[in-house]
Ligand binder design. Structure first.
Ligand code: DX5
Ligand code: ZN
Length: 219
C-alpha cells in the first residue's frame, strides 16, 4: 500500500505572495510542492528561478518538486540543487544526454525525474527508466495553468505503468496539467502516483479537505 502524493503547483498561486502559498501547502498536509521553472523558450511563458526556490526553502520543509521546463536543463541542475530542490525533473525533449544528467542529479543527493510533453511517445523513455525516481507525464501542453486535461495522455500513463511492471521497476508516475477532483481518479486508476495540481488546488476554499480527498492510500 502506498499513498498518492498531491503536489500543489505554485504556478497557480498569487505571484505577489508565494510565502502565503507555501504556508497553505504546509498547513493542508500536501506532501510535495511543485515548482514550474519556465524559460520562455522551451515553453511560451516565464516564471521564476533558483532565487525563489532558495527564498521559499527558508519558509518550509515540504518536499520541493522542481520541474524544469527550460532548454539545456543540465546548465542549471547545480543551481537548483543548491537552492534547496529535493527532486529535479527535466524534459526528455530538452536534453540529449538524459542518462548522464539523471546520474548527476543523483550524485547531488536528489531525486531525479524525466518529463515528456503530450506529443512525445512514452516508449521513448524505455532506456532511461532504470535511472529515474519519477516520470512526469504532461497531461496538457506545458506553459500555463488552468488548461483542460488531454484525456489521451492518460493512455500514456497506462502504457508507462505497464512498462514499469514488466521491467520490475518502482519509479513513481506523476501527472501534470488539468488534474482536479473530477480527473484525479482517472489519473490514479491509469497508474499515476503523484498528482501535480495547480488551479484546482489554489482555487479550492478548503485545501485540507481537497488534499484529504486525493492523498489516499492506493489499494
Ligand atoms: C503546466 C504546468 C503545471 C501547471 C498545472 O505547464 O507544468 O504544473 O501548474 O496547472 P493546472 O493544475 O491548473 O493545470
Ligand atoms: Zn509542472
Amino acid at each position: 500500500m502506498n499513498k498518492i502524493i498531491v503536489s500543489p503547483s505554485i504556478l497557480s498561486a498569487d505571484h505577489a505572495n508565494f510565502e502565503k502559498a507555501v504556508q497553505e501547502v504546509d498547513a493542508c498536509g500536501a506532501s510535495w510542492l511543485h515548482m514550474d521553472i519556465m524559460d520562455g523558450s522551451f515553453v511560451p511563458n516565464l516564471t521564476f528561478g533558483p532565487q525563489l526556490v532558495r527564498a521559499l526553502r527558508k519558509k518550509s520543509k515540504v518536499f520541493f518538486d522542481v520541474h524544469l521546463m527550460i532548454v539545456q536543463p543540465s546548465r542549471l541542475i547545480h543551481e537548483f540543487a543548491d537552492a534547496g530542490a529535493d527532486a529535479i525533473t527535466f524534459h526528455y525533449e530538452a536534453e540529449v544526454h538524459s542518462q548522464k544528467f539523471l546520474a548527476e542529479i543523483h550524485s547531488l543527493g536528489l531525486k531525479a525525474g524525466i518529463a515528456i510533453v503530450p506529443s512525445t511517445p512514452v516508449s521513448i523513455l524505455e532506456e532511461v527508466l532504470p535511472f529515474i525516481d519519477l516520470a512526469l507525464i504532461m497531461t496538457v501542453n506545458p506553459g500555463f495553468g488552468g488548461q483542460e486535461l488531454i484525456h489521451e495522455c492518460l493512455e500514456k500513463v497506462k502504457k508507462l505503468a505497464k512498462m514499469r511492471k514488466d521491467a520490475g521497476l518502482n519509479f513513481k508516475i506523476s501527472v501534470d496539467g488539468g488534474i482536479n477532483e473530477a480527473t484525479a481518479g482517472k489519473a490514479t486508476e491509469a497508474g499515476a502516483d503523484i498528482l501535480v495540481i495547480g488551479s484546482a488546488f489554489f482555487n479550492s476554499s478548503d485545501k485540507r479537505a481537497f488534499v484529504d480527498l486525493l492523498q489516499v492510500d492506493r489499494a
